[in-house]
Write a protein that binds this ligand. Structure first.
Ligand SMILES: [Mn+2]
Length: 244
């Protein structure tokens, strides 16, 4: 690992064909990252929805994917984790962009420090309804069946799921849509690490807690709006960056 490496963590961009300004912020970030000293980690929900790697009529297919590929062609590394909105990202997208797909959670080591990466939704265990749906739609069988459907039908269903999910969020207490402290503490213990980076909750924060005399740190990435946000780790430590 070169000492001047930048490890860049982003999540919850929720890019869609209608969010042009946000897409442009992302494309500018990719240009800035286009050198061998950068490793970009996308920790889920890059896309507001993704109905499969064969949806070539999705405008993001012809803008975002080539831009990711330009970045890796310039020597940068790309790692993509699936989120709850774009869990149908597949091997084909990885091949097209020369990125790698990370399982969730995923343990990395930077400067000798273990860091656990996750989208974060699996730790929202207070929301039983969400977890029940998640366990169905993330099964290989459900995914295989869905990907067999024609694209117009997949897009129609994806739009319905988004509508239902928005409606159900309205009725839920904000607390149950955050990660559960118990689930997070269990992850720290299972992976024997002191740092976690995740997204999903859109509650940008740097939490510190003392457990058994150890400081555990949890970095929650921001969702993207009129600004983009990244957590950067390099030889100077950890820093938040915002861009437009
Ligand atoms: Mn999410």
């Amino acid at each position: 690992m070169k000492p001047d490496m930048n490890f860049i963590f982003i999540s919850d961009l929720h890019l869609s064909a209608s969010a042009t300004a946000k897409t442009n912020i992302f494309l500018r970030l990719l240009e800035r990252c286009s050198s061998p000293s950068n490793h970009l980690f996308i920790l889920g929900d890059l896309f507001d929805y993704w109905v499969g790697d064969d949806d070539i009529n999705n405008p993001l297919f012809s803008t975002v994917l080539p831009a990711l590929r330009n970045m890796t062609d310039a020597g940068a590394r790309l790692s993509i984790m699936r989120g709850n909105r774009d869990f149908l990202i597949g091997k084909r997208l990885a091949q097209m962009t020369h990125g790698d797909i990370l399982s969730d959670p995923y343990l990395i080591e930077i400067h000798g420090e273990k860091i656990l990466l996750s989208h974060g939704d699996q730790w929202c265990t207070g929301d039983a309804e969400y977890q029940a749906i998640r366990s169905v739609v993330r099964s290989d069988q459900w995914i295989d069946d869905f990907l067999q459907l024609p694209l117009n039908e997949r897009n129609k269903r994806a739009a319905n799921y988004r509508k239902e999910s928005e409606a159900s969020k309205e009725t839920k207490n904000a607390d149950i849509m955050d990660v559960s402290m118990q689930a997070v503490e269990k992850a720290f213990e299972t992976y024997n690490c002191r740092r976690i980076i995740h997204g999903h909750t859109h509650r940008h924060a740097h939490h510190k807690q003392l457990v058994n005399g150890q400081i555990l740190e949890r970095f929650v990435l921001a969702d993207w709006g009129t600004q983009g946000q990244a957590l950067i780790i390099n030889e100077n430590g950890y820093s938040d960056q915002f861009f437009d």
